[in-house]
Design a protein around this ligand. Structure first.
Ligand SMILES: [Mg+2]
Length: 307
């Protein structure tokens, strides 16, 4: 068969893996999930950590900017809390009902003959709920989530990031332990004043480090790639966050900004919607056709995560 010969002798497909952010990437920002999530984070800071309401907007902004997530920033400046409790509070009351099954995206994903992996800063329970709501549970080989990069569920701060022990790809669908543990009372006696720090810089003080590993840290992305055995040079990374895209680019990923058709620095492609995945990136379609020819008669089998 000339096509098969061509496939064997010819160039291998440019990509072997598609790496997807979850929130606001696999569903649109207009779902309202992000807005509700931010409100829940603010409520947590006031209700559980006892932070003055008037400081919340500035604090959220600074923590998110400097640490990747507000949660990572809160831990860095000295708040102590249980990660599961935080996630349960912040994600537990989200309007998941706004997310509807997306059969169009599902069939597009299933038609693309590549490894497909989720990479989210959120916890596994949230990721599983979102994928379930979207009807995409079986479209991905695995999920790299908060617990994958931060497997030690203790609030003890570690100064040495290297002592974090990594586990394999999280099978988040058996993450049944979503129950809320009792509230940890934080000892807030020594909270780093990050608002004061930025109001009056050059005090010779360094920003404290967070024990939490998350995007957009290059280290977090590299660790995620290692855990899932992903070669950055042969992977397309889909993200709605510009800074995550830029960090992804720095570690060698090919990048696709989702949610905006305007390309930004660091983005190789830009898609208004993830639904445009094939049309906007012709190489994907080419590989799909090649694969159909090369493997004609065989059904592309998706590796699914155990339900
Ligand atoms: Mg996102």
């Amino acid at each position: 068969m000339e096509f098969e010969d061509c496939y064997r002798q010819g160039q291998r497909p440019k990509y072997e893996c598609l790496l997807f952010d979850l929130d606001d990437t696999l569903y649109p920002l207009s779902s309202g999930i992000a807005t509700a999530c931010l409100q829940n984070i603010k409520d947590y800071m006031v209700e559980k950590l006892g932070i003055d309401k008037s400081k919340i907007p500035d604090l959220c902004n600074l923590l998110y900017k400097n640490y990747g997530t507000t949660m990572a920033g809160l831990r860095a400046i000295g708040y102590d809390f249980d990660y599961d409790e935080y996630h349960s509070f912040v994600h537990g009351r989200l309007p998941y009902e706004n997310l509807k099954p997306d059969p169009v995206l599902r069939s597009r994903l299933l038609s693309l003959p590549y490894r497909k992996v989720i990479f989210t800063n959120a916890d596994g329970v949230h990721a599983a709920k979102v994928l379930h709501r979207l009807g995409l549970e079986d479209c991905f080989e695995g999920i790299i989530c908060f617990e994958t990069l931060n497997p030690i569920h203790k609030s003890a701060v570690s100064d040495d990031e290297d002592d974090i022990e990594f586990v394999g790809l999280n099978n988040t669908f058996d993450a049944a332990s979503a129950d809320v543990p009792s509230t940890n009372t934080s000892s807030n006696s020594d909270i780093f004043d990050i608002i004061g720090y930025f109001a009056q810089p050059n005090l010779g003080l360094a920003l404290p480090k967070s024990p939490i590993v998350c995007k957009p840290s290059e280290d977090a992305i590299e660790k995620a790639l290692k855990i899932a055995n992903i070669n950055a040079q042969r992977t397309l990374f889909f993200e709605d966050s510009v800074r995550n895209i830029q960090a992804g680019k720095r570690v060698g990923l090919h990048t696709v900004l989702v949610g905006n058709s305007q390309r930004v620095k660091g983005a190789d492609y830009a898609l208004e919607s993830i639904h445009n995945i094939r049309e906007a990136i012709p190489e994907l379609l080419e590989a799909e056709m090649k694969s159909e020819v090369a493997y004609s008669g065989k059904v592309a089998v998706e590796t699914s995560v155990t339900a």
